[in-house]
Ligand binder design. Structure first.
Ligand code: NIG
Ligand code: FE
Length: 443
């Protein structure tokens, strides 16, 4: 079999390369051309890594120009994309290279941590009981409303920088701790500025329907109206958010409220995503599939009907095993059943101060492999290409296909399986976004 060589032929115009990475023992391109047209990866396709050994990676103007075996690649590019004194060369010295992680579900803008609630849960109180006693999401809402955009931006910048140091190069960030027009917009503006400040690609999601705020406790319908008639139209018209999310659970926003909010968001041109079937098998996944949502997330309690609905749709099933781990629950999402049924499975951190302070995608992969039995290869595709599909970013991120943004990670070992295997070890030796090296320790 000829080893794969992928070239962006439109880029062969004689101009020199900007960056050439050589000496790659194992390059996981996650690019399999015959699978790309079909949609997000499913079944056996979920584990297809587009592996090349003894590889090189060529970059120009922030995009991947070519990947393949080093000697073949240099010969094929030749004078059409030459290596000159203007080209930066990086020797990976026998290590592995993977696409940058795409984390398609985070709540990365918040004020204080909630380690007090963590201790209470460890002592036996449930997440729901703590929330009913004034903790949970509303504790973060009270805290966030008292902080200004600059302060939130500074806090978020530090956290996003930490994510990048663990290899994340595209991230989704939700609002949902403001629960008023002003505070939700403040959160998302802080998120946009923080991501821009460190060169991280961010997709922003309005999650005004995360909880009913205290001042609307007895007027839930009026809050749904505020979301559909005021908050979402503002987010869409001002370009503050790209997407809309709803916490769809019987005790938070039921199916009818969720559908009303999501339909309005779709009319406004926002992409849809849903916190679905986390606490109860409730039909949230089926709703997401029916409305053409980009993703349905959590899915711990999804049933066979929910799996069938997702499998028949393009809605990506985003699993968040770090949350199950942190909450110490016994049940993880049924990942193997979902893969067998043909759902397009992705992984995300769910980074937030309540149910999941984990932001490291390598650790999320470890938990996914050990606890949900994804293979290391499936977990890698779920954390890169399928995660990009979950954000509608598959044309630019998630794999090292020619023409995509050159977002990649040089590992500190020679095999991608070291990533989930060495749980809690940071396997990242270098991070590049758009072909530019990110200084991991700028101070
Ligand atoms: O995704 N499920 C709802 N929201 C978050 C938890 C947020 C919080 O506790 O602050 C989640 O797990
Ligand atoms: Fe979440």
């Amino acid at each position: 079999m000829t080893p794969p060589l992928h070239i962006d032929h439109a880029a062969l115009d004689g101009r020199p390369l900007d960056l050439l990475v050589t000496g790659i023992a194992q390059l996981c391109t996650v690019h399999e051309p015959e699978l790309e047209a079909v949609g997000p990866r499913r079944r056996e396709g979920l584990g297809a890594l587009g592996l090349v050994e003894g590889a090189a990676l060529a970059v120009r103007e922030g995009r991947v120009v070519a990947t393949g075996r080093e000697a073949d690649l240099l010969k094929a590019l030749g004078a059409d994309a030459p290596v000159t004194s203007a080209t930066r060369t990086v020797d990976a010295r026998g290590r592995a290279v993977i696409p940058g992680f795409v984390d398609p579900h985070t709540h990365a803008v918040f004020g204080r941590w909630r380690q007090d609630e963590y201790e209470r849960r460890v002592r036996g109180e449930s997440y729901q009981a703590i929330a009913a006693a004034g903790g949970g999401i509303n504790a973060s809402v009270r805290d966030l409303r008292g902080r200004d955009e600059d302060e939130l931006c500074a806090l978020a910048t530090g956290r996003l920088r930490e994510m990048m140091a663990w290899g994340t190069t595209t991230v989704e960030i939700k609002s949902g701790y403001g629960l008023s027009l002003e505070d939700e917009a403040k959160m998302l503006r802080a998120a946009r500025r923080a991501a821009q400040a460190i060169g991280l690609d961010a997709v922003l999601t309005c999650l005004a329907a995360h909880e009913v705020p205290p001042e609307y406790r007895e007027r839930r319908g009026e809050y749904v109206q505020l979301v559909t008639e005021v908050i979402l139209p503002y987010m869409a018209s001002e370009g503050v958010a790209d997407r809309c999310d709803v916490f769809c659970e019987p005790t938070v926003f039921d199916l009818a409220d969720s559908e009303a909010i999501l339909r309005r968001a779709a009319e406004l041109g926002l992409q849809l995503t849903v916190h679905a079937d986390e606490l109860e098998p409730f039909g949230g996944a089926a709703l997401a599939a029916r409305l053409g949502a980009a993703s349905a997330d959590h899915l711990i309690r999804i049933d066979a009907a929910g799996r069938a609905a997702l499998a028949a749709s393009r809605t990506v099933a985003v699993l968040l095993p770090g949350t199950v781990f942190t909450l110490g629950l016994k049940q993880y999402a049924p990942a193997r059943d979902m893969v067998a049924d043909g759902c397009a499975v992705a992984l995300a951190s769910d980074f937030n101060p309540g149910s999941c302070p984990i932001l490291a995608m390598p650790l999320v992969m470890s938990i996914a492999c050990s606890q949900m039995r994804l293979t290391p290869a499936e977990a890698l595709v779920a954390s890169t290409l399928n995660a990009a599909w979950a954000l509608g970013r598959q044309a630019v991120a998630g794999s090292l296909a020619p023409g995509k943004r050159a977002d990649f990670v040089i590992l500190d070992g020679d095999d991608y399986r070291l990533v989930p295997y060495r749980a809690a070890h940071n396997p990242v030796a270098g991070v590049f976004v758009g072909g530019q090296e990110i200084m991991l320790n700028p101070e």
